[in-house]
Design a protein around this ligand. Structure first.
Ligand SMILES: [Zn+2]
Length: 398
């Protein structure tokens, strides 16, 4: 139970000035009584908790020494470097996940889906580390854990059994990766992960970097299996670069099928990968989510995990510049992400959980374009960050 709180003079998602009221951690109708705590929002933009729909909490180097990146450009070189770094740099999944979560909570990120490596070298140690963090921060941030076969699943014997162990150890979602180019057997890869998800009644989230026709073929296999197992609303495809590389007709039919099966697509708007047809996806009703992917890792040195900044990148990457466009990309980093990762009671309306971020800007577009840092973060009716600084609670570990 928390004291009730009244937040005056804010613009919910850039709308009209109004007051928001939270009672016992939920947005509620304001009665006549005086609220125990009152905050004057001064016309700031109120957003629901930002949604990080795709990151790698177990591999970030946040707070560690700078990693001098000499890794070659291919995916295999990066996977090898990634595995080596885990051994040599002593990347502790529990400590690093806590660091990233605390860093991004100050931006207002209150919902995080993280892929966490499972492989035959580390087993499920990273899963156990992030599960520990998830339990510690549950009052501040919702964390979902994807059991992720980064180094391949079928090509590394024993990985599938470890994925099942990961689920038993607390992973929430079954992951997958490039079923054709890494595992070289898309049907068997997808059958294996869909069957695991079906047995444990878990959602699925697949990294699909595969290009053009190969990616499209894998997407068709994903669509077939989603339909056959009635997993509508439970499957996310991360990256799906192929959608930006097809002829318009094939692109259109895949997008319509994704919308029909309610398969969400996560895009980070990476400048080094083909851009997705974001407008077509949105107009077609595909649930679009976004994420930071790895921040400050061995794959890429970029990123701070701010999902409002991600909304800006998405707009820049897709040539979206007007105010309505920026509202769309802010929507992807909030409501779209929430739907994509299956959150309930999300938003700023009565009956939703009392989570919000106040951003010092006059319009939503200004908030996205300028990404002001001095934000106030309220979680379940309690102020957890002011002026972009955490107020207290669990501190960085290690
Ligand atoms: Zn990823």
């Amino acid at each position: 139970m928390t004291a009730d709180i009244l937040i005056r003079n804010v613009r919910p998602f850039g709308g009209q000035l109004s007051d928001l009221y939270i009672r016992d951690g939920w947005f509620a109708e304001r009665g006549r009584q005086k609220a125990a705590v009152e905050i004057d929002g001064g016309g700031q933009i109120a957003l629901p908790g930002l949604v990080e729909a795709h990151t790698h909490l177990d591999k970030t180097l946040v707070g560690m020494d700078w990693f001098e990146n000499r890794v070659g450009p291919t995916r295999n070189e990066r996977i090898l470097a990634d595995r080596r770094a885990k051994r040599e740099l002593g990347i502790d999944a529990r400590r690093q996940s806590m660091r990233q979560i605390m860093q991004t909570l100050a931006f207002g990120v209150m919902h995080v889906r993280s892929h966490v490596d499972v492989d035959t070298e580390i087993g499920i140690a990273n899963i156990e580390g992030v599960v520990e963090t998830r339990d510690k921060v549950k009052d501040l941030v919702d964390v979902q854990i994807v059991a992720f076969p980064q180094s391949g699943m079928l090509v590394r014997e024993g990985t599938l059994a470890l994925m099942e162990e990961a689920i038993k150890a607390g992973a929430d979602i079954v992951g997958g990766i490039d079923p054709a180019s890494i595992d070289r057997d898309p049907v068997r890869h997808l059958d294996a992960i869909f069957s695991l998800a079906d047995r444990y009644q878990k959602p699925i989230d697949i990294h699909l970097h595969e290009p053009g026709d190969l990616g499209a073929f894998c997407l068709e296999l994903i669509l077939e299996r989603t339909r056959a197992l009635s997993l509508q609303g439970k499957v996310m495809v991360s990256h799906a670069y192929c959608l930006g590389m097809l002829d318009p007709q094939r692109q259109r039919s895949l997008i319509d099928a994704l919308a029909a099966e309610r398969i969400a697509v996560m895009t980070v708007g990476s400048p080094s990968a083909p851009a997705l047809p974001l407008r077509v996806l949105l107009q077609s009703g595909v649930v679009m989510a976004s994420g930071s992917d790895g921040i400050q890792g061995t794959w890429e040195p970029w990123g701070n995990g701010d999902m409002l900044e991600r909304a800006k990148y998405l707009a820049q990457r897709n040539g979206m510049t007007n105010d309505a466009d920026l509202k769309e990309t802010a929507g992807i980093c909030t409501f779209g992400g929430a739907e994509g990762i299956g959150l309930t009671h999300y938003g700023l309306l009565e009956g939703c959980r009392g989570d919000l971020v106040l951003v010092p800007a006059r319009t939503l577009a200004e908030a996205v374009a300028l990404t002001p840092q001095k934000r106030t973060v309220i979680r379940r009716g309690q102020v957890v960050a002011r002026d972009g600084m955490l107020c207290g609670g669990p501190q960085h570990i290690g």
